[in-house]
Design a protein around this ligand. Sequence first.
Ligand SMILES: [Zn+2]
Ligand SMILES: [Zn+2]
Length: 191
Amino acid sequence: MVNENETPISDLDVLAGTPRPGRWMARDGVLENDHPLNRVFVPEGAPAPTVDRIPLYEVYMRMAEELAKRSTCARLRVGTVLTDAALEHVVAIGYNGNARGFPNRCDRDEPGSCGCIHSEQNALVKADGSLPRKVAFVTASPCRACAKLMVQSDVGHLFFREAYRDTSGVDILRDAGVSVIHYTRWQRAWP
Ligand SMILES: [Zn+2]
Ligand SMILES: [Zn+2]
């Protein structure tokens, strides 16, 4: 098995064609992570950023994983953390399950139609829709309906851990200009 963590950070070149000599790199060492706070311009000859502590992105992803453990869905347990654009405030949390006051189980045993409210829906319904460029951390890639809800409520970046069986939700997000990052690089680090 290849250890992803062994990829040298100096190999990353996030943006080409900058006017000053140097290059854009990723603070967390994850090339695909184009969140504005993660990009850093490194002048030519300067040392590349080192990742010597757990990135905030990984912290929020682990929070979503803890939330998933609260799910009462028999099909798939999913957790969501929504933050503001600055990654300073958790705006809302969610995990999938039945509505408040309903039995803590799925309505039906049908794949894709178990009646549970999705984790992302549960988070978005509690979030301020007018808050711009929210960041979503979800343990599984979203379904098509949740993807559209995220577009509609101005989610600017989505980080997910596991790819759901149907990844067309990811295509919807990307088509709408949302950055989607499959975030696994630091999954096993800082246990
Ligand atoms: Zn369910
Ligand atoms: Zn969904």
